[in-house]
Write a protein that binds this ligand. Structure first.
Ligand code: IMP
Length: 433
């Protein structure tokens, strides 16, 4: 196992990172979440139990792992408490094993009000968890950080300022009633803080002083990155590898020897609005949705489904400088006679081989497909590479040749044990290019 491993979403999120991080965390000492918030829903099925973690690092389910919620995350204290309490009820004790950065910003009830209002006019299709507004407040220097909770007098003023701002917008711009009071927000925040203050600390220091192995757990995916994704149909953090340094509060130099893996489904999904060149809107899309159980783990919304977009995947490899891929949900394609993969975009008659920055171009991009034969055999749950059908192998080779990155592992079902290694992880980044 690599001393520093970064696991990133290589598509539009929901690639199955939860299961992969859970699986690989076994070999790590520290698991770090560093961007996003409770918009994420990392699903783990272990010992017959299904758990969806929104804020806590997935690796924390292993008793030997310490988890870090780093400064780049936006933390909803109520969701965090619910999650901690759910784990406690299941007998998972986090004391001494969880560090929440005192520099992390809070998601507050008025951010959720704003999220709803903006959605009404803009229609990004957000998770309505207040994520965009919380980051807006952070960058706009109106945010409240966990460290601010130590000073209740100042905190009361900060909340009042936030409430006034949102109340004005709500009543004067959106002409909506605004119900929240500063007292309500203040009281509930302080009461949550009482329960979580024992976990608040110096997250960057914890990372820097860790003598063991560290796994960095990305949330969402590269195509949802606020800078590199399909802007404005993105989340509000850097969900590609670009978010690592500012999200952890640790210099980019620290990650120079890390190993970067991108997780991608064997096909493509996205939730919310925005361009999706390979989307299948008819029966084939429904078939993928049904076979893959493609409903959001945070919001329950049906996911939009389509063929594998290799142009986007290659872009993710380049943006993140990925050393390899982990492909999930291969088994969902088991029954297809033919499987298409997008190898270029056609924009007004011109062939394009990369993801354009312009939303207008992306919206006009038509997929250029290559058709590969299906393997028509079950790959569900297999863990022995020898049992992988030749045509499934060919499909994987096609991905590798096109993207120029090796596929290291396949996930063949939702359970912890349903996976297989195709290659060993090289011991250094230099040896796997
Ligand atoms: P937000 O992050 O809630 O602001 O939502 C912005 C966009 O990112 C919407 O299209 C969401 O559906 C999408 N999104 C946010 N988090 C996730 C995730 O964990 N998986 C997939 N899509 C996500």
């Amino acid at each position: 196992m690599e001393r520093k491993l970064v696991i990133l979403g290589a598509q539009w999120g929901d690639e199955g990172k939860g299961k992969i991080v859970d699986l690989l965390s076994e070999g790590y000492d520290l698991v770090v979440r560093y961007q996003g918030g409770s918009n994420a829903g990392h699903t783990v099925i272990a010992n017959g139990q299904k758990l969806i973690l929104h804020l806590l690092p997935t690796g924390i389910l292993h008793p030997h792992v310490k988890g870090v919620i780093a400064q780049g995350m936006v933390v909803d204290p109520e969701v965090l408490l619910q999650e901690i309490e759910e784990l406690e009820r299941k007998g998972i004790d986090l004391r001494g094993r969880l560090i929440i950065s005192e520099r992390a910003h809070l998601v507050l009830p008025y951010h959720k009000v704003l999220d709803r209002l903006f959605e009404r006019s803009k229609g990004i299709g957000t998770t309505l968890r207040g994520i965009g507004p919380a980051y807006m407040f952070k960058v706009g220097r109106k945010g409240i950080r966990l460290s601010d909770l130590r000073n209740p007098v100042r905190l009361r003023d900060q909340i009042e300022e936030g409430i006034d701002f949102v109340k004005n917008l709500c009543e004067k711009v959106f002409e909506e009633p605004f119900e929240l009071s500063a007292d309500q927000v203040f009281d509930s925040l302080l009461s949550s803080y009482e329960r979580i203050r024992c976990y608040v600390g110096d997250a960057s220091g914890e990372i820097l002083s860790c003598g063991g192995r560290i796994l960095f757990e990305g949330a969402q995916g590269t195509m949802l990155d606020v800078d590199m994704g399909t802007y404005p149909f993105v989340t509000s953090s850097n969900s590609s590898s670009l978010g690592l340094a500012n999200g952890t509060g640790v210099s980019p130099k620290f990650f120079a020897d890390a190993y970067f893996l991108g997780v991608a489904k064997a096909y493509t999904t996205r939730v919310g609005g925005g361009p999706f060149p390979t989307e299948l809107t008819g029966k084939e899309g429904e078939r993928l949705r049904d076979l893959g159980g493609e409903y959001g783990s945070t919001t329950g919304r049906p996911r939009r489904c389509g063929w594998l977009d290799l142009v986007a995947l290659k872009y993710a490899k380049e943006v993140n400088q990925l050393d390899g891929f982990i492909i999930t949900k291969l088994d969902v394609l088991d029954t297809f006679e033919e499987i298409k993969v997008c190898v270029a975009y056609d924009i007004e008659g011109e062939r394009i081989y990369s993801v354009p920055a312009s939303l207008t171009d992306l919206e006009r991009a038509k997929p250029v497909y290559e058709t590969l034969p299906g393997w028509k055999e079950s790959t569900k749950g297999i863990s022995d590479p020898a049992r992988l059908p030749q045509r499934a192998r060919d499909y994987i080779s096609f991905i590798e040749d096109f993207t120029g990155a090796p596929v290291i592992m396949l996930s063949t079902g939702p359970k912890r044990e349903e996976y297989l290694w195709l290659r060993e992880m090289p011991t250094s980044r230099a040896s796997c290019s």
